[in-house]
Ligand binder design. Sequence first.
Ligand code: SAM
Length: 273
Amino acid sequence: MLELKSSEDQEYIKLKGLIKKNLEFNSEQYKDSHFRRRIDVRMRATGSKNFGEYIQYLNTHKDEYKQLMDTLTVNVTNFFRNPETYAVVEKEVLPIIIKSKSTELRNIRIWSAGCSIGAEAYSIAILLHRILGNSFSRYNIQITGTDIDKDILKRAEEAVYSEIEMKEVPADIRIKYFDHDGKSYHLKNEIKRVTKFRSNDLISGEKLTGFDAIFCRNVTIYFEKHLQESLYMDFYNGLNNGGFFVMGKTETLIGPSKDLFKAFNPRERIYQK
Ligand SMILES: C[S@@+](CC[C@H](N)C(=O)[O-])C[C@H]1O[C@@H](n2cnc3c(N)ncnc32)[C@H](O)[C@@H]1O
């Protein structure tokens, strides 16, 4: 049966098409309620009363696409977000990974999926440095940060952070791992050099494999359920045997991977292959 759509619905579909074309951002992957709420933020900010007015605004203000992308992707992050999770990562997860390496094969590969400005990837690198001390340079450590938002990846690569972004970072870590120029904090090269960033869409992009741990935190909450399930399977397949999957504290493991993963520390949302 032919479904008649209101003109507001039609404008919304048109807007989603423009977003896909101009930002390569596929709205179908996200919960509709999330997507509408985020667009609403920009509509209010630009004084647009409906989707039609917002489309017009976008057509006449090309810079608005950048603002919209920032709003759609929700880049909020922190170093050591949920410190209690990172305490388990430092005391249990990373030592198990390090112990599993033989003296000849000292490759450690970790993926921060949906890395935003890099705080998660660098937090892991800092912890590895704290654990390994002088042996840090004897390991071939590769931490990969990926995100769908190309602009945010440039910030991740720069590794320069403001006072506000650093507010949760303990004083000893600030002093040891960052240079302060009076205004911003610059992460030291020793930590930067083990971390690489690249653009990747978790839903439609290349499936990455061969990791000792995958951190995907506070990313999938916005995804439709069936996409969460298949992504968690991708992560299972992307891990080496014995590898760890670390989720966000408000996220829940669902779908077939739930029966495959061992619950290593369910309170901290840490699972093991
Ligand atoms: C809220 S941040 C989380 C950052 C970090 N993982 C944390 O927990 O602090 C979510 C990040 O996921 C990214 N993201 C959203 N959809 C994505 C997708 N389909 N593929 C890759 N990254 C995505 C966003 O651009 C954003 O930087």
